[in-house]
Design a protein around this ligand. Structure first.
Ligand SMILES: [Zn+2]
Length: 584
């Protein structure tokens, strides 16, 4: 095969040459005819994925499943017997008796479809616990890779494979670019520095940030999500892929980004798998792979930076691909930007970080992910996935979603009045609780004064109770002056980290109007210096700069303010909109 000039500029395949074990045309017909009379080996999902990688050259230099010498060498030295770096044992297990060196077997997938033939060179035995220890660093059956090995036959078959042209009905067929196809696409664009990104997870803002940092200093970016088998509680590839398509179409430069499916299965081998992911990317024409914290990890089996450090055990020449090592990134409310410990001087308190488990929990409950954590388009795709699996209809689950409406404003600005009006409006359909500043001071915060510290404590307590209520499906309405922006933002952040939507309502009214309508004469006394720590007069009030709703209670009637609050809640998807006609 001749290569274009642009293709010769691409990174060399691992081991030097791109393997091709796919047979076409008359050879494919002959292979089918031959396979009909051979003993059968049924591939599981992982072996089928490995076979596809071998066939297309993605697993170059492998031409088949490992024999005993390569197998032992990979386990002990992360190299094939000839010294080529190769960290994962590509093995074929079988219960089929009577296979011996020199025989052949037909390779079928679980649905019975013929994929190809293996020329059996060796039949040998695997010790699943030894492989577990060496590849995963544990014998714990709770590790998905260990559990897999314990469930497979111990007899392994090694040998070169010949594979039929890949079925056209494989998932993501349009995006399932072979190494040759992806290399051609990269060459066509003239990229030299090509960054790759792979994840088995849905893409959140932090991942997007990493890919864009990589793109800042590369010619092009290949988003290469893994679409082979993953463990049961990972988000399925179809959902992840839908999210990538949405994201790429809206937020990535078309001419500098390629989206392709990487058909490997996950092994959760942490550092070994990170190395594998990088090496095989060379075969696709990618010469830099983003390697984040605990890449390909699971549970706590690997150190957080093991997957980055493993690259240091090999020379630059023998790897031929560069890991782009990144710290975990997050949105920091103090930086007001995506940042990492390398760029952000602020502590964990201002970081918006959600674990994968937490994200699942929020979405399963129909909650909202903070938009600074996940783009709303992606959150919607994920929520649809999680809600599809639920037995209860969506509307009913929605109704059970709690949230917090937080009124802030000066004393007398109408917070309690609006809170009660809102409570009456929602009370027929929802559990509603009002956390009124004055009442809270009688019970929850008795003894607290009006220093900044005591006020902050009071607000934190209200925020805490509001979160507990909202998490259990109640609409929690906070109605306290809450004069300090920093503490309101803290309450918001803690709520959003719990998946509880937080809607801030600023009840705005001028001091003049409040003084004029103040029946108890408090403002007059405060202005006269008779009351200390009076917010707005002798104590500061920091108006919100980004409240979801601002109601001007000195200029508009209560009904109008209430209407705007309800509209905002509907727009956030927290309330069902009013039907246009009453249902009969
Ligand atoms: Zn920061």
């Amino acid at each position: 095969m001749s290569l274009s000039l642009a293709e010769t500029a691409l990174v060399r395949p691992h081991g030097g040459a791109l393997v091709n074990r796919i047979v076409g045309g008359a050879d494919a017909d002959a292979l089918r005819a031959r396979a009909a009379s051979l003993p059968r080996i049924t591939l599981d999902a992982r072996e089928q994925a490995d076979l596809e990688l071998i066939a297309t050259g993605a697993a170059s230099p492998l031409e088949g499943f490992l024999g005993p010498a390569d197998y032992a060498s990979v386990l002990d030295t992360l190299r094939l017997a000839d010294g080529t770096v190769w960290p994962l044992p590509f093995t074929l297990a079988t219960d089929e008796q009577g296979l011996a060196a020199g025989s052949s077997a037909a390779l079928h997938d679980a649905s019975g479809r013929l994929w190809g033939v293996i020329e059996v060179e060796n039949v040998f035995t695997r010790d699943p616990l030894e492989e577990s220890r060496k590849v995963y660093g544990t014998e714990d059956a709770a590790h998905p890779g260990v559990a897999y090995l314990l469930g497979r036959p111990r007899t392994l078959v090694g040998g070169r494979v010949s594979v039929l042209p890949l079925p056209e009905d494989l998932p993501f067929a349009k995006f399932r670019l072979t190494p040759r196809e992806l290399r051609a696409a990269i060459a066509e664009r003239g990229w030299r520095k090509v960054a790759g990104f792979q994840t088995r997870n849905p893409i959140h803002r932090a991942h997007e940030h990493l890919t864009k940092l990589a793109l800042e200093q590369s010619d092009g970016l290949v988003l290469h999500p893994l679409v082979g088998e993953t463990k049961g509680d990972d988000v399925p590839a179809s959902v992840r892929f839908a999210a990538y398509e949405e994201l790429v179409s809206r937020y990535y430069p078309r001419e500098r980004t390629l989206l392709a499916a990487f058909p490997a299965a996950m092994r959760y081998a942490g550092p070994r798998e990170a190395l594998f992911h990088a090496l095989v990317r060379k075969n696709y024409g990618i010469n830099q792979l983003i390697v984040g914290r605990d890449h390909a990890g699971v549970g706590k089996y690997y150190g957080p930076y093991d997957a980055q450090r493993i690259f240091e055990s090999f020379s630059v020449e023998e790897l031929g691909v560069q890991p782009l090592k990144f710290e975990p990134t997050f949105y920091c409310s103090a930086c007001d930007a995506l940042a990492s410990p390398r760029t952000c001087p602020h502590g964990p308190a201002t970081r918006l970080e959600l674990s994968g488990t937490k994200v699942r929990e929020i979405l399963r409950q129909g909650g909202n992910l903070p938009r600074k954590f996940t783009r709303p388009e992606i959150a919607e795709i994920l929520r649809e996935h999680y809600s599809a699996g639920e037995a209860r209809p969506k509307a009913e689950r929605r109704a059970a979603t709690g949230f917090i409406v937080w009124f802030t404003g000066l004393s007398g600005a109408g917070k309690s009045t609006l809170a009660q009006a809102l409570s009456r409006e929602l009370g027929d359909e929802r559990n509603v609780e009002i956390l009124d500043g004055d009442e809270v001071r009688t019970y929850l915060s008795k003894g607290l004064g009006f220093s900044k510290e005591d006020r902050d404590t009071n607000i934190r307590r209200i925020g805490y109770v509001a979160r507990l209520l909202a998490r259990n499906g109640t609409v929690a309405i906070g109605a306290a002056i809450s004069p300090y922006a920093e503490i309101r933002d803290e309450v918001r952040k803690l709520a959003e980290q719990d998946g509880v939507p937080f809607v801030e309502v600023y009840a705005e009214a001028s001091i003049e109007s409040l003084t004029a309508r103040d029946v108890k004469g408090l403002y007059k006394k405060a202005i006269a210096g008779e009351i200390a720590h009076f917010t707005g007069v002798s104590d500061p009030y920091e108006p919100p700069t980004a409240a979801e709703v601002v109601v001007k209670t000195d200029k508009e009637p209560v009904a109008e303010s209430l209407g705007r609050i309800l509209t905002a809640l509907e727009e956030r998807g927290l309330l069902e909109p009013e039907p246009l006609e009453a249902a009969s």
